[in-house]
Design a protein around this ligand. Structure first.
Ligand code: MN
Ligand code: MN
Length: 272
């Protein structure tokens, strides 16, 4: 295990708390992301690579980085209670796995601490449906719930390539800044002084690079393009999630390795 294994009550200010959210009951097409958290941590810890990031930060047993293990929660809405004690310790929650519906209860906790949150959201999908298949908490809906509840001041979406008219209207209604795949260097001018929550859906990548997702949507970023966008960010990152890795669709653990790489580069940004 590359990370210290820590209990939530031992966290200190500025620590980064990696926590698994094994939940995929709100997936619309197929389940699988509930099994993602341990597999991503396993891939980060794998002897196939080392513990360094590209900027030569050694994450191995890093004093600020902690693996809390999988959260347990009675139901979907209980996910907020897994995040609150992390925030109470003034630590940074970094959740792994689950389908994208987890971001709404996570943001319910985040918004209590950070009323001026800016969300930076990487995804093939806008996830702005008012409801899908009768489920307002579907993984296709979290950003509609977040924006209508006022849990974020701003939402910037990157990599979107599946808009329909309904979601376009939702984006207008909520004042979303949308960058589709046609936009070159979408984050070149991205700047905010507000605290940022970053939500990364693995399907923002082209399925050629990340086949282990439920919804294959061609025409996405390469792994390198996404890493460069992450490395180029100069933001105050106060929370993070990496969602929608589906091991049932993966090939030779390739997507787990990609998720692991992205988590490592995002941890550098959390360290500030
Ligand atoms: Mn999503
Ligand atoms: Mn998606």
């Amino acid at each position: 295990m590359i990370f210290q294994e820590t209990k939530v009550n031992a966290l200190k200010a500025k620590d980064i708390a990696l926590i698994g959210l094994p939940f995929d009951a709100h997936s619309s097409f197929m389940q699988g992301p509930a099994a993602a958290p341990e597999l991503i941590v396993e891939a980060i810890s794998s002897d196939a690579s080392n513990s360094f990031t590209e900027n030569l930060t050694d994450l191995g047993q890093h004093p600020q980085i902690h693996w809390l293990g999988n959260a347990s929660f009675p139901d979907y809405h209980g996910i907020s209670d897994a995040i609150r004690p992390i925030l109470a310790a003034n630590a940074i929650p970094f959740s792994l796995g689950g389908d994208h519906s987890v971001t709404f209860p996570v943001l319910q906790a985040m918004a209590e601490k950070y009323p001026k949150l800016h969300i930076l959201h990487f995804d093939a999908h806008a996830d702005l449906y008012h409801e899908l298949d009768g489920n307002p908490y579907s993984h296709a809906c979290p950003f509609a719930r977040i924006m209508e509840a006022g849990l974020a001041q701003n939402l910037t979406q990157v990599g979107i390539r599946t808009l329909n008219l309904h979601q376009w209207e939702q984006a207008q209604k909520f004042g979303v800044t949308l960058y589709g795949m046609g936009q070159k260097q979408p984050l070149a001018d991205f700047h905010t002084d507000d605290p940022v929550y970053l939500s990364l859906d693995m399907d923002v990548l082209d399925p050629a690079f990340a086949p282990g997702v439920s919804h294959h949507e061609p025409g996405g970023y390469s792994t390198r393009e996404l890493i460069e966008m992450i490395q180029g960010l100069s933001i105050n990152l106060v929370g993070c999630d990496v969602v929608e890795y589906n091991p049932k669709r993966d090939i030779n653990g390739l997507t787990a390795a990609v998720a692991a790489k992205l988590v490592k580069e995002l941890l550098v940004k959390c360290l500030g």
